[in-house]
Every structure is written in C-alpha cells, then in structure tokens.
Design a binder for this molecule. Structure first.
Ligand SMILES: [Fe+2]
Length: 131
C-alpha cells in the first residue's frame, strides 16, 4: 500500500517516482520492488549543504535554497530537483535544476507551513520545513 506523495526509487536503474494517488499494489521496477525513499534531515558533515532552507530573497519572493551554505552545482555533483508540498498536501511545486544553475526555486504560492525536498545526485533526498 502506497501513500499519497511518497517517493519510491529503483536501485537498479535509478527511476524515482512519486505517488499521486495511493493504491494497494507494490511498485516494481526492473523486476524488483521499489524502495520507499525518506528525506534526510541530518548526516554528519554534509547537512549544511543539503537541507532545504526557506527564506525571502532581495526581491521579496519566498524561495527555497538548498543548504544554509549553497550546494555545489557541478557536472558531477548537483541538485537535480526541489519540490515543495503544502501542509495540507493539496499543492505541490516542482523545479528541475541543472549544473551551473543556482540551487534554489521561487515559491509561487506559499501559504502556511510548507515541506521541501531536494535531491542530490550523489547524496540523495533531503527534507526541511518552513516555519
Ligand atoms: Fe550533495
């Protein structure tokens, strides 16, 4: 049984999928059950560059940036996407990112407490929450 908005990963091919509507069945990829991925909050040494941080930028926009110290965006090590989910789980925003870009996204519609995920190609899924 899956839950709405859970993320599942295939260790063989790297597919990462998100559940839009939950169902009874098991998710399978490359012939193996997919693994539920949970966002990390803390890991020795690399937390400050991975946990998403909510702030207001110089233009007055609500943004999520990856890391209190910005994460690198090199060809071999970068943030692949940022996603935010409203507290009531009714509204999502997703932005894909590429090497050379700034690891941040502007929130178009932030209302109340918001959860953010980001995904590093080397260090996996991280999560943080707004105030
Ligand atoms: Fe990383």
């Amino acid at each position: 049984m899956t839950e709405r908005l859970e993320l599942y990963r295939c260790d063989i091919c790297g597919n990462l999928v998100q559940v839009i509507l939950s169902g009874e069945g098991e998710l399978v990829c490359c012939g193996e059950p997919m693994k539920l991925v949970k966002g990390k909050h803390q890991e020795e040494m690399i937390t400050e560059k991975h946990v998403p941080v909510f702030r207001i930028n110089d233009d007055g926009n609500n943004i999520v940036q990856v890391g209190s110290v910005l994460h690198p965006m090199n060809d071999d090590h970068y943030i692949m996407f940022i996603e935010t989910i409203s507290e009531d789980k009714k509204h999502l925003e997703l932005q894909y990112l590429y090497p050379g870009e700034k690891p941040e996204m502007i929130l178009e519609n932030k209302t109340g407490k918001t959860l953010a995920y980001d995904f590093c190609n080397l260090h996996g899924l991280w999560e943080g929450e707004s105030d």
